[in-house]
Design a protein around this ligand. Structure first.
Ligand SMILES: Cc1cc2nc3c(=O)[nH]c(=O)nc-3n(C[C@H](O)[C@H](O)[C@H](O)COP(=O)(O)OP(=O)(O)OC[C@H]3O[C@@H](n4cnc5c(N)ncnc54)[C@H](O)[C@@H]3O)c2cc1C
Length: 216
């Protein structure tokens, strides 16, 4: 479902020219970074929990223990989920104009609970297949008990915004000649060489998805 107009909640006011509402832009950021922060209000106090998210079409999903406070209290509640990629530190000639290059998304809405063993299994498979294509079918099958112990929440991408910041600092006019270094320190996430479990079955090859895993 295309989504190119902001809602009152998602209309960026501060540096609004950096904001985007196109689903292609939003999806690309969500797909590049599985780490999300879920914000919700518990007994009048804000709580923000880091977790993993994945996207399936027009919704994002996150999962956790059915016993987790976040999973219980966020279910059916209004939440705000954010996903952030930090692309660089931006150093200006004045402290005031320092900033960060980033890509971020904020999604607002009511968190829905995924019900039913079949649906839950399908979403867990989708998560695994997005992270590590083909791995689900190679795993010891999930048990009924494990499914019961897992709650999956989801949010439609109907009220979402992206914000992207790139490039060098906007200097205060006249500061350009100030004798201090200015520029961007790029930040890239790198993935290391896979390290097999100490009790790995002998001769088990490192799968393609582990050798080629990328993030960011
Ligand atoms: C890594 C990183 C570092 C940052 N550092 C700073 C900092 O040090 N100081 C600072 O003031 N700001 C910083 N920002 C920008 C910050 O996220 C806000 O965009 C900015 O502070 C404006 O906040 P506001 O409440 O006035 O937004 P408003 O413009 O009032 O927000 C209205 C709506 O715009 C959308 N929106 C706003 N910001 C974002 C966003 N980042 N991503 C997606 N949608 C958004 C949301 O839907 C939000 O509800 C940083 C962002 C990132 C990702």
């Amino acid at each position: 479902m295309p989504h190119a107009a902001p809602s009152p909640r998602t209309r960026a006011r501060r540096l609004h020219e950096k904001a985007a509402y196109d689903r292609a832009v939003i999806d690309a950021i969500l797909d590049a970074m599985p780490v999300a922060h879920v914000g919700h209000v518990v007994d009048g106090s804000p709580v923000v929990i880091p977790t993993l998210q994945w996207r399936e079409g027009d919704r994002i999903y996150w999962h956790g223990s059915s016993a987790s406070r976040m999973q219980k209290r966020a279910a059916g509640a209004q939440v705000c989920v954010t996903v952030t990629l930090t692309d660089g530190m931006v150093l200006a000639r004045s402290g005031f104009e320092h900033s960060v290059n980033y890509r971020s998304v904020m999604v607002f809405g009511q968190a829905d609970v995924v019900e039913g063993a079949e649906a839950k299994t399908a979403h867990l498979r989708a998560m695994m297949d997005q992270l590590f294509p083909g791995r689900w079918d190679a795993l010891r099958p999930i048990t009924e008990q494990e499914l019961k112990a897992t709650r999956i929440l989801s949010l439609p991408l109907t009220e979402a915004s992206a914000k992207i910041s790139t490039g060098h600092a906007t200097e205060t006019p006249g500061d350009e000649s100030w004798p201090v270094w200015a520029g961007v320190i790029p930040i890239r996430l790198t993935v290391g060489t896979p390290e097999g479990a100490p009790d790995l079955v002998p001769g088990m090859p490192v799968p393609e998805y582990a050798r080629t895993y990328r993030i960011g």
